[in-house]
Design a protein around this ligand. Structure first.
Ligand code: SF4
Length: 209
């Protein structure tokens, strides 16, 4: 195992322990393929599943492995109204898959959202929330997590989504309040009221942003 992989594994073990005290479950996956298999093992076959926008989920190829589930895929919606319906249906889904913009060594999740569908499903609704995060998302503390989410995550996301925001033009966060702003909600998940509802799969690679 390379020193970096060994480092990721050791760091993940510490985070998994810290997630436990926050009523969340942690798992470590050496590779994207391991992460996909772990995620599938956490979801009952035939149950319903949807997800929040996630580059990580795209990169690891999880979407193409969901043939044994009832899938709510907003990319297949024909109208904006159908998209809204899928956002609302997420609250009664069995499984919700997402990444996180950052996770601290102490086990807190930090997420920034524009529409708010992703953070609201994280907070309440789906029975099972599966968070898949590359080790590049780990930060020392919540201040660093916020900084990471604002610069390393939101700016590339604004560019990816072709938003009319200052960061898309300059590459720097301008703390904007523009109509296209994707940083409307900042949510820190520091404890899960329902034990084990939130499951975090840490992947020993750099994934998403
Ligand atoms: S400029 Fe606006 S949309 Fe871009 S990262 Fe900053 S707050 Fe978010």
């Amino acid at each position: 195992m390379s020193p970096k992989k060994e480092y990721y594994k050791l760091l993940a073990q510490k985070i998994i322990k810290n997630l436990e005290k926050r009523n969340m479950e942690g798992y470590y996956a050496e590779s994207p393929e391991d992460a996909v298999n772990t995620a599938l093992s956490l979801m009952e076959e035939g149950s319903s599943v949807t997800w929040g926008g996630s580059m990580t989920m795209e990169e690891i190829g999880l979407k193409s492995r969901l043939d044994k589930y009832t899938v709510y895929d907003r990319a297949k919606a024909a109208t904006p109204e159908e998209v809204q319906k899928i956002y609302r249906d997420a609250f009664s889904c069995d499984n919700y898959i997402m990444s996180t913009n950052a996770i601290t060594v102490d086990g807190e999740l930090l997420n920034i959202d524009g529409t708010g569908n992703r953070v609201s499903a994280l907070i309440y609704g789906p029975k099972n929330v599966i968070v898949i995060a590359g080790m590049n998302k780990v930060t020392d503390n919540i201040e660093a997590a916020y900084k990471r989410a604002r610069s390393d995550a939101s700016v590339p996301n604004a560019i990816r989504l072709d938003m009319n925001t200052p960061c898309k033009a300059t590459g720097l966060c301008n703390d904007c309040t523009s109509p296209d702003c994707i940083c409307c909600q900042v949510v820190v998940t520091r404890y899960s009221r329902i034990k084990g509802r939130i499951k975090v799969i840490l992947v020993g690679e750099s994934l998403g942003f």
